[in-house]
Design a protein around this ligand. Structure first.
Ligand code: CUK
Ligand code: CUA
Length: 657
């Protein structure tokens, strides 16, 4: 057994050598170097108990220093509130983008521009400053249904917010809080030309964040699909041009946008059409069982182009200044239609051609494949088998589907390879199921470790997926890694899907929050800047009016307001000595006048909780009150040069007499 294995390893190494264009790599040439290294490798295999499959996986994923990844994943950072950037196939963590949570390395939330982004995401009328988020679904911006590599959107389930990240500098630019709903889940999904970023609610609540007793759940609690208008030129959501569609108080779950054949539509699965509200102490069933009584829940179908036209025609009602198309309009106008789904489904995933929508069974062993053409014909003909309590038409289930796939225990989410196959995550069974989109038959299953939630594919949500990799986003990792205490990491597993059999290639523990979804883009589609144009404020993407040029550094005082115009360059700040009086308002205008790639400085002042990152060309405005007297060192926090430790100065605050 062992010798057979090692024999094929030699063949594998030969192949690998050819693949990498190595001159002396073939064992058939009898090269001494190769024979020696093969012998060494054989020994390593034996010592490390590596199988041939392990070595092959290593060869397919290993990136020697300097060799770059082909794909980049943008993954939800879960409760961390951030986004993880991961290279594929190496599964190396490249960056954690600060989004909803203050992040010191990027100087996000410690005095600089990030404070303003975070402030924009607050609901001040509620009076709570939020410093975290439950990040679920990052989505890349699209042009004609293809990732264009320009922006990234992500939702905060806990506090119903959407963030916009600009991929020209990988910085968060905007957070918009939803004024109407109390939690979201079906977001952030984009329309194929990015006209809108979609955010649909999860747990129903009175619209506008009002109070209503739980006994009025059916009459006062509602869901909502929010359509955030996105300005691609400015790279910002325009709140005043955004609007919503009122939904019944079922628990809307995941959404997806139609494309090609189904462009103009949005699909949202739901659960708890029972409208259970718990109340265990009051003698009611908990939501988990109360919500699982009916045999079916509803797939919601929204014709968003028609909804948009109705909103523009003045058919919407204003709630807290937001235009909302109510159900008494959207039902009769065929804008909002319901279709039965099997109990407590999860996921709604549109195929690359836009023809089908796949909904996972979750508590059922099937995935249901709905046909958009059939749905559209029924809606247009006005055929329905009944209406729900809110007057919304319900289409006959049997006439809307193309079929059902017997998947296994707990199917959740589905992605596609663009070659006619679908890959469904199967939570309870802990497998990825590969199935044929034509025959609706499972053709391969791969065990993953363990309890896979989402699954993602290379260019997976575009109209033309790449079909090279999928990643299993596993919720549990029980025996996979060194024990690090009772809070275990989640586990991303890279799976090769180029051949008929799926192949497990690599594990990546995720030790920061519970990720939900992620998207994978071809790395060469990303074209971020390497340095900022001199004096750029990342909040506006423009040269800041207070940008400082070399030679113009100065300190100006007007009353008790002190303006400090400062530059940073290896290895000093100018000015490096600042004197103010206790109680002065300090306005520090700080420009990095570096233009060399990867020459980053930081800036902090002892005891003032100030820390900004100064990438080349970046400008920061920091305003604070010098309320603590003392002699405070200020210094550069990034090891920028041999004289980095010398890059410091004093910030003097003279005590009041
Ligand atoms: S949900 Cu997490 S596994 Cu929030 Cu997308 Cu399905
Ligand atoms: Cu600049 Cu360290």
């Amino acid at each position: 057994m062992k010798s057979k294995l090692i024999g094929s390893l030699a063949a594998l190494l030969t192949l690998a050598a050819f693949a990498y264009g190595c001159q002396s790599g073939s064992s058939t040439t009898g090269s001494t170097a190769t024979t020696q290294s093969s012998a060494g490798l054989k020994q390593i295999m034996v010592e490390r108990k590596l199988s041939e499959a392990d070595v092959e996986a290593a060869l397919l994923t290993y990136k020697p220093t300097g060799q770059k990844d082909e794909y980049v994943i943008f993954a939800s950072g879960g409760q961390s509130g951030q986004i993880l950037v991961i290279g594929v196939p190496s599964m190396r963590l490249l960056k954690v983008i600060a989004v909803f949570t203050p992040e010191p390395w990027q100087g996000y939330g410690y005095g600089g521009y990030g404070d303003k982004v975070l402030a924009g995401g607050q609901q001040y009328e509620i009076g709570q400053r939020l410093t975290w988020a439950d990040v679920h679904h990052p989505n890349l911006s699209e042009t004609k249904g293809d990732y264009d590599g320009r922006f990234l959107f992500v939702n905060d389930k806990a506090n119903a917010r959407i963030a916009v990240v600009d991929l020209s500098d990988f910085a968060t630019k905007q957070i918009v809080p939803n004024k109407l709903v109390a939690s979201d889940h079906g977001g952030a999904f984009v329309t194929p030309d990015n006209e809108y970023v979609i955010e649909t609610s999860q747990y129903p609540a009175p619209l506008g964040r009002e109070y209503a007793p739980i006994s009025e759940y059916k009459t006062r609690y509602r869901g909502l699909a929010m359509f955030w208008k996105f300005d691609k030129v400015k790279g910002r959501i325009i709140e005043s041009e955004s609007w919503g569609v009122e939904l019944p108080p079922y628990t809307q779950d995941l959404a997806d946008c139609g494309k090609l054949a189904s462009d103009g539509y949005v699909f949202i699965n739901s659960f708890n059409t029972e409208m259970a509200t718990g109340g265990i102490l009051e003698g009611n069933p908990p939501v988990e069982s109360g919500a699982s009584q009916n045999d079916t829940d509803f797939l919601h179908v929204i014709n968003w182009k028609k909804a948009e036209a109705l909103v523009k025609a003045g058919k919407a009602k204003e709630i807290k200044g937001v235009k909302v198309l109510m159900m008494d309009v959207s039902g009769p106008e065929k804008v909002l239609t319901l279709i039965p789904e099997h109990k407590s489904p999860h996921g709604a995933d549109v195929t690359p051609d836009g023809e089908d929508i796949v909904v996972g069974g979750k508590l059922d062993t099937h995935a249901t494949v709905y046909s958009f053409k059939k749905i559209q014909a029924l809606i247009e003909a006005g055929t329905h088998e009944g209406v729900d309590p809110y007057g919304l038409p319900i289409l006959p289930f049997k006439d809307t589907i193309r079929g059902q796939v017997e998947i296994g225990l707990g199917p959740l989410h589905t992605v596609y390879d663009g070659k006619g196959f679908a890959y469904t995550s199967v939570f309870i069974e802990s497998v990825v199921a590969k199935w044929d989109l034509k025959s609706l038959k499972v053709v391969d299953k791969l065990s993953v470790h363990y309890n896979i939630g989402h699954i993602l594919a290379a260019e997976g949500d575009t109209v033309s997926p790449d079909g090279k990799y999928v990643v299993a986003m596993n919720k549990m990792s029980i025996d996979r890694f060194a024990n690090i205490g009772p809070l275990y990491p989640q586990n991303f597993q890279l799976v090769g899907i180029e051949n008929s059999k799926m192949k497990l290639l690599a594990d990546m523990p995720i030790g920061i929050g519970e990720p939900h979804y992620a998207q994978m883009i071809k790395a060469d589609k990303l074209k971020p800047m390497k340095v900022y144009p001199m004096g750029t404020n990342p909040l506006t993407d423009e040269k800041d009016e207070f940008a400082v040029t070399p030679g113009k550094e100065r300190i100006e005082r007007k009353g008790n307001v002190v303006d400090i115009y400062m530059t940073a360059i290896r290895s000093h700040f100018t000015p490096d000595y600042v004197e103010v009086d206790e109680g002065d308002t300090v306005r520090l205008h700080l420009t990095s006048i570096e233009q060399a790639e990867d020459q980053v400085h930081g800036f902090t002042i002892d005891m003032y909780n100030i820390n900004v990152s100064l990438e080349p060309g970046k400008h920061e405005n920091i305003t604070f009150v010098a309320d603590k007297p003392g002699a405070f060192p200020m210094y550069c926090t990034e090891f920028c040069s041999a004289l980095h430790l010398e890059m410091m100065g004093y910030f003097m605050v003279k005590p009041k007499k």
